[in-house]
Design a protein around this ligand. Structure first.
Ligand code: ADP
Ligand code: MG
Length: 242
């Protein structure tokens, strides 16, 4: 459970000496438990925004706060903890480790969070949790397969399970269906939907595809480095009454 507040975010990259302004004062609010899609054309700054939300990069100006706590107020070690425990990432191209099995890939996030000895102490429970997540994603029969033996849709399901192994309150997804055909993409979004469960997990999903965006509770459109709210907040309760 976590709300997100983004205020007046600016990010400018430099290409040599030429500044490339990407975000020019983007602001948005995401309610705890909401599934928000950020829709925009290629190059509109969606990935940049997502990286800033996940603390992978820093803005030039502006603020991101989770439940009122500003990322800029965190020390670098607090930031590491935040990234490990608070957010899960899903990327367009899966980023699975080819040498590891499906189960091992899923456990990777827990190994990083707990360290080697911490992980070993809890390995039994964690393996069960990973198998359960993979089962929920329809991959029970694939636990000991390597990524190369899986379809794109299956790989992305593993990436979702990996993102959720630490049970983060926030899931950040960058074009999660961008490499999948429409049917497989829709099935993957079904997995997103089911993974929300009753955990009240907040999901921010970036996409250039209106149809994909429409699966979320609310669509926020980006253009010219600014965000424009297309639908009002609070639709989730109307769309998915408890
Ligand atoms: P989107 O995900 O919406 O396609 P991005 O956030 O990836 O957009 O990129 C927005 C713009 O910023 C693009 O013009 C891209 O070339 C530029 N950009 C992204 N990352 C960098 C970087 N590290 N250095 C320089 N320019 C970048
Ligand atoms: Mg992108």
């Amino acid at each position: 459970m976590s709300s997100i507040s983004v205020t007046n975010l600016h990010k400018t990259y430099k290409l040599g000496k030429v500044p490339v302004p990407v975000l020019r004062g983007a602001s948005l609010e995401v309610e705890s438990g909401e599934w928000v899609a950020i829709l925009g054309h290629s190059g509109s700054g969606k990935s940049t925004l997502l990286h800033l939300l996940g603390g992978l990069d820093k803005p030039n100006e502006g603020e991101i706060a989770y439940d009122g706590k500003a990322l800029s107020s965190m020390s670098s070690s607090q930031m590491n903890v935040f990234r490990r425990e608070h957010v899960g990432f899903v990327f367009q191209f899966y980023h699975l480790v080819p040498e590891l099995t499906v189960l091992e890939n899923t456990l990777l996030g827990a190994m990083i969070r707990l360290g080697r000895f911490g992980y070993m102490k809890e390995a039994g429970q964690l393996k069960e949790a990973a198998a359960q997540l993979l089962g929920n994603a329809g991959l029970s029969h694939r636990l000991n397969h390597k990524p190369a033996q899986l379809s794109g849709g299956e790989r992305q399901r593993v990436a979702i399970a990996r993102a959720l192994i630490n049970n983060p309150p926030v899931l950040l997804a960058d074009e999660p269906t961008g490499n999948l055909d429409q049917k497989t993409g829709n099935e993957l979004l079904d997995v997103f939907e089911s993974m929300r469960g009753d955990t009240q997990r907040t999901i921010v999903m970036v996409t250039h595809d209106q149809k994909v965006a429409d699966r979320a509770d609310r669509v926020i459109e980006m253009a010219d480095g600014l965000v424009r709210t297309v639908q009002p907040t609070g639709l989730r309760t109307q769309k998915n009454p408890a």
